[in-house]
Design a protein around this ligand. Structure first.
Ligand SMILES: [Zn+2]
Length: 280
């Protein structure tokens, strides 16, 4: 999904960051009266694999634009019988099985420890869930998203272990996005779109099924985003969402000028209410 119907006043920005280039130009526009920014994390044409995504540049670019809420959209596999293909899952936990991804802004002389007990913004996730449920989609609130390195899918042994640990869905993108968003003091919530059952399931998977589910999910999530953006932005506009009780403080920061401390405005917080619409 690279185009959202109803997006007006559209412009594209190529943003350079100290961490390199984001996955693509950021498309900025007005959707249902709210300013939104869209960044396809795999690039247009889906040319960047999950291990190669420059997550730091992506999050940095969005922070630079003043983005305050990120809606992460990603395809996932289901690890539970009751999470059917074409369902929408709004996870509340993440389990990190990535390897060697650059997953912090705090390095090279800057040391800070960020609370990650709740990796997804509960308010934003609830709002998205309520909106999706209201639209009649099959939805699930909560659950653990296990993020694997990829680009290969998991083995049966791995898939069965994840199931035995009670995880809900499996994907390749929410880490380190959620961590970097937290470090940047941006709300982050995920819409995980079930494409298929992971390999633990005995049901044979055909390419036609997967593509059919992907297309249906894309149509569904476009509808969700268009509707959700009004609720999300309204919440942001009255300022309440921005004073996040759940946002944990930076425990200590050795070079204070490098990043805002708790309660301070970020140096680049210039605009408000730009949720990120992201694509897998
Ligand atoms: Zn939040």
């Amino acid at each position: 999904m690279y185009a959202l119907e109803g997006l007006r006043d559209v412009c594209e920005l190529k943003i350079c960051t100290p961490f390199g280039n984001p996955s693509d130009a950021v498309v900025i526009g007005t959707l249902e009266g709210s300013r939104v920014a869209f960044l396809p994390r795999h690039g247009r044409g889906h040319r960047i694999n999950p291990s190669e995504v420059n997550h730091r540049a992506n999050i940095y670019a969005l922070k630079t634009l003043g983005v305050e809420q990120i809606i992460s959209v990603s395809a996932c596999g289901s690890l539970k019988e009751e999470l059917h293909p074409r369902d929408m899952v709004f996870p509340d936990q993440v389990f990190d099985r990535t390897k060697g991804r650059a997953s912090t802004f705090f390095e090279k002389g800057i040391v800070a420890h960020i609370g990650m007990a709740n990796p997804y913004c509960p308010e934003l996730a609830q709002r998205l869930y309520d909106t999706a449920t209201g639209l009649g989609f099959r939805t699930h609130r909560g659950g653990t998203y296990v993020c694997i390195e990829g680009p290969q899918f998991s083995t049966k042994a791995e898939s069965k272990v994840y199931r035995s640990l009670g995880f809900s869905v499996i994907g390749m993108t929410n880490v380190p996005e959620c961590k970097l968003a937290r470090e940047s003091e941006i709300c982050y919530a995920s819409v995980a779109l079930v494409t298929d059952y992971d390999v633990w399931h005995e049901e044979p998977v055909t390419i036609d099924m997967v593509i059919g589910n992907l297309n249906a999910n894309t149509a569904n999530v476009k509808q969700l985003l268009k509707t959700a953006v009004r609720h999300v932005a309204r919440r942001s506009a009255d300022g309440r969402h921005l004073r996040m009780r759940h946002r944990p403080p930076v425990r200590h920061l050795d070079r204070q000028q490098a990043h805002p401390l708790e309660g301070e405005e970020g140096p680049q917080a210039v605009d408000r209410e730009i949720p990120r619409l992201i694509d897998r």
